[in-house]
Ligand binder design. Structure first.
Ligand code: SF4
Ligand code: SF4
Length: 454
């Protein structure tokens, strides 16, 4: 049974929908006692997980049960924010109707950032502490995003990944959450949402807005509106170019590093609010600022602690009163460590305790939203629109996941139907299959993309 499910998930091209796109079949091959469905929807303004839990609760719970069976887990827990009342009610109805299955329960989270970080989530839900540079698997947990579990349930019935549920929010005429064929351009999705529309009271024009792919914390600004939606695109946010979010996301890492030189006043706010420091990991961002800015002869573990940073951006976007970025230092250090082939023998502690005042230092999401200048959109609703949107063309990247790019198995001129295999995992490599998201003719095949014209 487990083998069949893993093979079905592998064939379907399922990848982690809430992060970098780690191939799901690999995770399902592990042994754990607890599977956690991650419905925390970490980044502000995104609503796709919330809408999915409201509308597809049964499939999500089915995917959770399948993941439990595959991994031998005794417990399945759906973790979502308490404030998602409709989703909570939908999940309660489904879980209440289960019979003869292993235990599935709900865990309600307060709205804090980063609630969906795997290490934070595992601690909140189970009280277990993931070791430094470890994985939830090391403490018997598997964490899967709710859209990934939905896709697992569909893969078990033979369906492959062709669409992605995502939120279009911010300054658009019709904020929505919709199913988008993978490979659709950002421009076309914005059109389906009515296009960029500044608020009536604003003097801005459409040109004064930028599009952020993903959330305001973990996303990035889209440089070209022809860029395609992928299996991991959780949202498109249309925000003013002069907003703090766009300003921060477009500032180069080198510029962040330059700004920090000699400016840091060592107030420690970045450390005091760092979610990994609060869990007990030996990560103190203010120390790396001191070590680098003042050239002090710190022990090198202050620098190599960069590998403990989860890149949540809380230090630069919320904590630091001077708009400095310890994370930029950590990113540069990580890059340098990779270049040097550095092997981590230091940051592997397994025994530590969370900070005694952690509970009082967690960052409420509404405070983060205010700090990011997004209050205008805090209560914007992006309802689910189930219309069958079809673009005239899709450009599907062969790498939408962690691992090697998939290898094309189609040629120019070939006709394909929705769900046909376009590219497969290279032999012996980590990766994910890619399928046609629309019916049409293959109009371009390159090693990094396949284009279909409807
Ligand atoms: S980005 Fe900053 S706040 Fe987040 S884990 Fe890294 S150092 Fe800590
Ligand atoms: S919060 Fe900013 S100023 Fe304070 S220690 Fe951290 S980097 Fe320096």
């Amino acid at each position: 049974m487990a083998h069949e499910l893993i093979e079905a998930v592998r064939s379907a091209g399922v990848v982690g929908a809430g992060g970098a796109g780690f191939p799901t079949h690999v995770k399902l091959a592990s042994r754990v006692d607890t599977v956690i469905a991650n419905g925390a929807e970490c980044d502000p303004l995104l609503q796709c997980d919330q809408r999915l839990m409201e509308s597809r609760a049964a499939e999500i719970v089915r995917g959770l049960q399948l993941a439990m069976e595959a991994t031998g887990a005794q417990r399945g827990i759906v973790a979502l924010k308490r404030e998602y009342r409709t989703a909570v009610a939908a999940l309660q109805r489904v879980i209440g109707s289960l019979s003869g299955h292993k235990e599935v329960t709900l865990w309600l989270l307060d709205s804090r950032y980063p609630a969906g970080d795997e290490f934070v989530l595992v601690y909140e839900v189970t009280g277990r502490l993931v070791p430094e540079t470890g994985l939830p698997l090391h403490v018997g947990c598997l964490v899967q995003n709710v859209q990934t579990l939905f896709n697992i349930a569909r893969a078990a019935k033979g369906a492959v990944i062709t669409h992605r549920l995502l939120t279009v929010a911010g300054a658009v005429a019709r904020p929505i959450t919709l199913w988008v064929p993978v490979g659709t351009s950002v421009r076309e999705v914005l059109t389906w949402a009515g296009g960029i529309q500044p608020p009536r009271w604003s003097r801005r024009t459409a040109d004064d807005y930028a599009v952020v792919m993903g959330g305001p914390m973990m996303g990035r600004v889209v440089a070209d509106l022809e860029e395609p939606v992928t299996k991991t695109t959780s949202g498109l946010l249309v925000l003013p170019r002069d907003s703090a979010v766009v300003r921060f996301l477009t500032r180069s890492r080198a510029s962040w590093v330059r700004r920090g030189i000699s400016t840091c006043d060592q107030c420690r706010a970045c450390t005091d609010l760092c979610p990994r420091y609060l869990l007990g990991h030996n990560l103190r961002p203010h120390e790396v600022m001191r070590a680098i800015n003042y050239g002090l002869a710190w022990p090198s573990d202050k620098v190599t602690a960069a590998v403990l940073c989860c890149e949540c951006r809380l230090c630069e976007a919320y904590a630091c009163p001077l708009e400095l970025s310890p994370m930029a230092y950590y990113l540069a250090i990580k890059q340098e460590l990779r270049t040097q082939g550095w092997v981590n023998e230091v940051h592997k502690r397994t025994h530590f305790r969370p900070h005694p005042t952690r509970e009082y230092r967690l960052v409420p999401t509404h405070r983060l939203i205010a700090r990011l200048g997004l209050t205008e959109w805090e209560h914007q609703v992006c309802p689910l629109d189930e219309a069958d949107y079809r673009p005239s063309k899709v450009t599907i990247p062969t790498r939408q996941h962690v691992g090697a790019p998939a290898q094309p198995v189609v040629r120019v001129g070939q006709q394909v139907a929705v769900g046909d295999l376009l590219a497969r995992i290279p032999e012996g490599e980590l990766g994910a299959n890619i399928h046609a998201s629309i019916a049409g003719r293959i109009s371009r095949v390159e090693s990094d993309l396949i284009e279909i014209t409807a």
